[in-house]
Write a protein that binds this ligand. Structure first.
Ligand code: TXA
Ligand code: MG
Length: 340
């Protein structure tokens, strides 16, 4: 199939909406990363998402809404805390897990009785959802296992010829996927850190639990709250190794351990003294900037043929927790702590 390249003109938005109504797959920009969208209420369309991405069937999808009222028909109950969080952060990069209504096909939620709902703030995403008239199931628009796409070109590299269209909305603002929070049970639980930070959430609803899988490797057959957490994810072809330490320690470690096709992925401004080629992903103290560039940098590392990618370990403050969580998975949890 030929993948059409669409822009954000009203005509192209209509075309994208018509393709979605016809059960086709369309990649759309959001404020976090590009999503691979299908009509969430059409189980055949949703099934084709899993095929196009090569995604394991037991990894549930997020349903995207274009207006708050759409939530009511998709879930059976809206807890008070969810209402407060929706008021504070929707539309925006927060996904909440609710009890699922029967109208949502079980393939969307991988047979769980819950469903993940997100109300994106990106104007093009909202326009497409609203023009299509249906909620849209949309995982990140990458081939399963590769870094999430933050530009239309990333999507094209992964999915050209496998989907009906890509809507180009430029580079994504946040750069890492949405925060996923379960609002079920007694204490809300963070399943995936993202653009809406723990302290932002806690300022609205008080203390939340952070699922151990956010920062730690789970045992092979441990039961996980969110199936997505058990996959390696965000994994470039290069072997990623996180180095936790000052710029000087990181530089001297890399120089001492450089082999053929070793690259560094360091913070901007910390390149001096490296004897290997390098990429950067934002300044050490600018977590937002790191989030915006981290996936592009991982993709770039593959393009230049890096075999080993020594990466400066980000702090876990604010959005940094999301960057750390993604890099930890890219590194298959391999972190080397350099003595300070
Ligand atoms: O920012 C985002 O969330 C992007 C854009 C496109 O909106 N989407 C995205 O989707 O990142 P995906 O499929 O790559 O990640 C969805 C995550 C997975 O880790 C999945 O396991 C989790 O959400 N999830 C989905 N439904 C769930 C459920 N019912 N219970 C627990 N976790 C769920
Ligand atoms: Mg994904």
């Amino acid at each position: 199939m030929t993948t059409r390249r669409l822009q954000s003109t009203s005509e192209d938005i209509k075309t994208a909406a018509a393709l979605l109504q016809a059960g086709q797959l369309v990649a759309i920009p959001t404020e976090t990363v590009y999503g691979l969208a299908a009509n969430a209420l059409d189980k055949d369309a949703v099934a084709s998402i899993f095929v196009a991405k090569g995604r394991p069937q037991d990894n549930p999808l997020i349903v995207h809404i274009g207006e708050l009222e759409q939530l009511n028909s998709l879930v059976t109950d809206i807890p008070d805390i969810a209402e407060k969080l929706a008021k504070a952060f929707w539309p925006g990069p927060l996904t909440m897990i609710f009890k699922k209504n029967d109208c949502v096909p079980s393939i969307v939620s991988a047979n769980l009785d819950t469903v993940a709902i997100r109300f994106p703030v990106h104007p093009i995403a909202r326009q497409i959802i609203n023009a299509s008239g249906c909620p849209l199931a949309a995982p990140s628009a990458n081939v399963s296992g590769s870094p999430s796409p933050t530009t239309a070109q990333h999507v094209k590299n992964d999915l050209d010829g496998r989907i009906a269209a890509i809507v180009d909305g430029g580079a994504c603002e946040v750069g890492v996927e949405s925060t996923v929070l379960s609002v079920l049970g007694d204490t809300p639980r963070l399943l995936r850190p993202g653009g809406i930070t723990v302290s932002m959430i806690e300022s609205v609803i008080g203390p939340i639990t952070i699922d151990p899988a956010v920062t730690h490797q789970r045992q092979k057959d441990a039961v996980v709250a969110s199936p997505g957490m058990k996959y390696k994810h965000y994994s470039p072809k290069a072997k990623v190794i996180l180095l936790n330490g000052s710029a000087e320690k990181v530089t001297s470690y890399i120089n001492a351990h450089a082999e053929e096709d070793t690259w560094a992925l360091c913070f901007e401004g910390e390149e001096q003294g490296l004897t290997v080629p390098y990429l950067t992903y934002g300044k050490r103290d600018n977590q937002e900037d790191q989030a915006k560039h981290v996936f592009d940098a991982l993709r770039h590392a593959d393009e230049v043929g890096a075999k080993i990618l020594y990466t400066s370990c980000p702090s876990q403050e604010g959005v940094g927790l999301a960057v750390y969580n993604r890099l930890l998975r890219a590194a298959a949890f391999e972190v080397i702590h350099l003595e300070e």
